[in-house]
Ligand binder design. Structure first.
Ligand code: ADP
Ligand code: MG
Length: 225
């Protein structure tokens, strides 16, 4: 991958994620009302609103390092979001931050490794594996696609698009599954036939990354002409 992902790209990704999660909050909550306690949309929208507020409060013109930015998101989500998803998404970003460099940009391949570290953190905390009907069903294939694309020399935007394609398939794979982790597992067989809310919110985050980097690539293409 020739191009780098900058802190400004990640800032734009987080802002787009916050907007998308807010726009889809009712949908995520409806998914959670079918197999959980009807708070996932509210949880995610509240958490990312707090992330937005923190981004806005940061001093202008002083780009944070990738490490500092991701860690700060993780800490915000852990402190502002209740429920399983607060600590799981908090861990995702915190562990991404721990694996990220103290610089303001990162190569696509290194970013794939950073995301992989974050997802490993979620697994370490929640002990879910693919097939348990959780966000891991969406995130694991997304990381695999991101890593493969980055290793084969795709641009950051192309790699993110590959991850977005994979995350959609992973999200949809949760529908027939019986939940083995989280609140939905209390329903047993009755959890089958529903999309997992956390897999749906993960898909929103990965799609937002692809859309953000695609916008970037279009801009750069114009400049380079
Ligand atoms: P809560 O279940 O506490 O109400 P949310 O509704 O915000 O929290 O989030 C529910 C989502 O969290 C689920 O749809 C699932 O994707 C995810 N989740 C729950 N438990 C786990 C776990 N152990 N590992 C990974 N993801 C999990
Ligand atoms: Mg819930």
């Amino acid at each position: 991958m020739a191009d780098e992902i900058t802190s400004a790209d990640l800032d734009a990704w987080l802002r787009r994620s916050a907007a998308e999660l807010s726009a889809h909050a009712d949908e995520l909550t409806a998914l959670d009302s079918a197999i959980g306690d009807a708070d996932h949309g509210t949880n995610m929208a509240r958490g990312f609103k707090a992330v937005l507020d923190k981004l806005d409060a940061a001093p202008a013109g002083d780009a944070p390092t990738v490490q500092a930015l991701l860690k700060s998101v993780g800490m915000t989500l852990i402190s502002k979001v209740g429920g399983a998803s607060g600590s799981l998404y908090g861990t995702l970003f915190l562990d991404m931050g721990k694996a990220a460099p103290a610089s303001t940009s990162i190569s696509g391949a290194d970013f794939a490794a950073v995301v992989a570290a974050g997802v490993a953190g979620v697994v370490g905390r929640g002990h879910a594996v693919v097939g348990d009907k959780t966000m891991i069903d969406a995130l694991e294939p997304a990381v695999a696609a991101l890593t493969d694309a980055a290793a084969s020399g795709a641009s950051a935007a192309e790699a993110a698009q590959a991850a977005a394609d994979a995350v959609t398939i992973g999200r949809d794979s949760t529908v027939p599954l019986v939940a083995r982790k989280g609140r939905a597992s209390y329903l047993g067989e009755r959890s089958a036939g529903h999309l997992d809310p956390g897999a749906a919110s993960s898909a929103i985050l990965v799609q937002a990354l692809a859309d953000t980097l695609a916008g970037d690539a279009a801009g750069e293409g114009g400049d380079a002409a």
